[in-house]
Each structure stands twice: as C-alpha cells, then as structure tokens.
Design a protein around this ligand. Structure first.
Ligand code: XIL
Length: 374
C-alpha cells in the first residue's frame, strides 16, 4: 500500500463506528460446520483481522461469527506503532490488552501485527529518527512490546512488507524511515530484538504482492532477501503471504507453487496472513460479484491449501464493509461505477453468510480430507 493511500485509510477506519447499524444474523457459533471446526479437523487454524471497535460496536452476532469460525485474531491496527506510540516516550496498551483479554475469554489466540513497518507509523517517528538513534528506538520498542506479551501470542509479524519493488530501491526494498536510516539491516535488528524478548513466539516476515501473475519480480526479490537473511543467521522462522488479491488479475499457480517450494526448501514455515479479495474491477449485480469473489477464494485456496506446512489461514476482511471501502481514491480500489462498496466479505454487511463463506468451507473440507490421507 502506498503511504498516501494508507494515511487516508488509517484516518477513515479509526472512525469505523458505522458498524453499529448492522442487523442481527442467525448464525450459530456452535454450528457443526464452522470454518474453525472444518479446519481443526485437518490441523489448520483459521484466523481473522478485527479491530477493537468492530468487536465492541457490532451486534453480538458479529462477535459470534468471529468466535465461532476463527481461532486466531489479528488486531487490525492496535499493535501498530501508530496505535501504541502516541508520543516518543509513551506506550498505550489499552486497546491491545483489551484484544488479548477478548481472545483469552473466547479460547482464541492473538497474533502480533506488527513490530516494524516502513509505513503506518506515528508522525513523530519520522521527525525524530536519525541514523544514530534509529537502532535504539527500534530495539527499545520491540523489547517493550514483545516483552509485555511474551509467551502470550500465537506469532509476531516482526517485519511487515519489507519488499515493494515500485520504490526502485536496490534489492526491491520498501522505502521508508527504517530503510532510510538503517538500510536493509533494519530487518536483522528487528528479528534479533524480537527473538531476545520472546524466544518462543513464531517470528514471521510478512510479505505482499507475491501471489499473482504480475508479481514475478517481487517473488524474486523476496527469495533473495530470505536467502541472505538466513545466510546471516537472522532468526526468521516463517514467511507470511498476505494474500490481498485482486480478482481482475490471474493467479499463476505454477509460479506460486515454485515460490512456495523455494521458501519451504529454506526451512521456513508459511502462513496465509491477510487473505481478502478486491472486486473493484467487477461490474454487475451483487449476486454476480459475490459469485466471482467466491470462485476466486476457491481458486486461491485450491493452490495454497494442499501445501502441507501452511497451517494458519487468516482472513483480513470478514465482512463486506471493510478497509477497502476507504481506499476508493487509490486506483487499485477505484470502481468504474464510482461506488465504494467492495464485497470481499465472508458475510455481508447485514451479517448474512455469503457464497464466499461456502466456497472457503468447501475448500477447507476438500483439501483437509487430502491432507489427512497424505
Ligand atoms: C490496514 C488496515 O486494514 C486499515 O484499517 C489501516 O488503517 C491500514 O492498514 N497490509 C497490512 C495491514 O499488513 O496492516 C493493512 O491493514 C492492510 C495491508
């Protein structure tokens, strides 16, 4: 995501109170065919990104949907620097602590997202960061945040979106404050600090734009980065493949398979961390758009679910009113009809189950059977 787009979406989603006008839904958390139960039968954990606001302000049926279908919860923003660090010398853990309580009350586990990102940072950070203080500011943050939650989280996205080839930086790195002050070594520093503060929490490097036909250059840059990190004994343990997919683009199964196999050969675990589907270039009725999105979920899951070491499948947009609606001014999310109503959800904005949910359930069920037989 580019920085301007991100700033507008951050500002907009902070006021996501609009969720409170959702009508209740009849979906029982204890229904036998939940995503979580289908996935658990074959050793996969399902997860979803939510904000504290959406959990607090939505009807109970939304909370039932979340707790009934997912075992992992990723805070949509509450563990990012912009939320945790109002000023250089303060930490505000109120919202992330609330989410940790929420997950433990509901038998879920919280993911850590994220410790270091070249965007989505509070304004004071860029203003104070220099080559001489950057390492200390980064390691202090990671020691404090990771230390506070040590032993309590499922996994940490230690570095988020390290590669973004459109910045044209050597190695394809995402440009921003950490790269500018510390060079690519900021990644080494972040992983060593996370390993020191919480040695047993799975350490993930979370990448985007590696999934689709147009992404060959990013996949190469990622593989090169991973090889060199491992050669330097940087304690990275897993690759998160975000999977924000655009359904007007192809999924190149052969290339994605090759990429996944190369990562596995390096001994890294793979997670699907932020799956959702952008239908901004699909026209037609809601029913048609929902079918296109559902088919796309299915096609993507048919590629990734057979991969044995993918054991976490995490969705980013559980329902239609999502972060994408705030991205309409950026070309990727703009619609030709001028509307701003993306339909990536597994449930719609009245909390009704959609074709996407059924497609995901069917994919988990089918591939799960194969996994068990393998
Ligand atoms: C997005 C959130 O969904 C928005 O609410 C927020 O304002 C900006 O960030 N990749 C990531 C996520 O790793 O953190 C981003 O989340 C979506 C893209």
């Amino acid at each position: 995501m580019d920085r301007r787009a991100l700033l507008s979406v951050t500002a907009a989603t902070m006021g996501l109170a609009a969720l409170d006008c959702i009508a209740p839904m009849r979906l029982r958390a204890d229904s036998p065919r939940t995503l979580k139960s289908l996935a658990a039968a074959c050793g996969i954990k399902t997860g979803v990104a939510c904000s504290k606001t959406s959990l607090e302000q939505s009807p109970a049926a939304f909370v039932d949907f979340v707790t009934g279908n997912f075992t992992l919860l990723t805070p949509e923003g509450e563990l990012k620097w912009s939320a945790l660090r109002p000023t250089q010398h303060e930490y505000d853990f109120a919202k992330s602590d609330w989410l940790l309580d929420f997950t433990s009350q509901h038998g879920m586990a919280l993911r850590g997202h994220n410790l270091c990102w070249n965007t989505g940072n509070p304004p004071w950070l860029e203003a104070v960061l220099t080559q001489s203080n950057a390492e200390k500011i980064l390691t202090d943050h990671i020691a404090t945040v990771t230390g506070r939650y040590a032993g309590k989280l499922d996994s940490w996205d230690v570095v988020n979106e390290p590669i973004a080839i459109w910045f044209n930086k050597p190695g394809g790195y995402y440009d921003g404050p950490w790269l500018r002050t510390l060079g690519p070594e900021y990644i080494d520093i972040a992983f060593h600090a996370a390993a020191a503060a919480d040695p047993h929490c799975l350490r993930v490097i979370n990448v985007h734009h590696v999934e689709q036909g147009r992404d060959a250059e990013t996949r190469n840059a990622c593989l090169k980065m991973l090889e060199s990190l491992l050669k330097r004994n940087v304690p990275v343990q897993a690759l998160g493949i975000e999977s924000h997919l655009d359904c007007d683009l192809t999924i190149d199964q052969g290339e994605l398979d090759k990429f996944i196999a190369s990562v596995q050969k390096m001994g890294l675990q793979i997670l699907i961390t932020e799956l959702d589907i952008n239908d901004s270039k699909v026209n037609g009725s809601d029913q048609h758009r929902d079918q296109v999105v559902a088919d796309y979920y299915r096609r993507y899951l048919d590629v990734v679910l057979p991969v044995a070491n993918i054991d976490r499948l995490i969705f980013w947009a559980p329902m239609d009113r999502s972060w994408m609606d705030y991205m309409c001014n950026a070309p990727r999310w703009q619609r030709s009809d001028g509307k701003c109503n993306h339909r990536p959800g597994l449930i719609d904005s009245s909390l009704q189950i959609k074709q996407s949910y059924q497609a995901v359930a069917a994919a988990i069920e089918q591939h799960g059977r194969h996994r068990l037989q393998a």
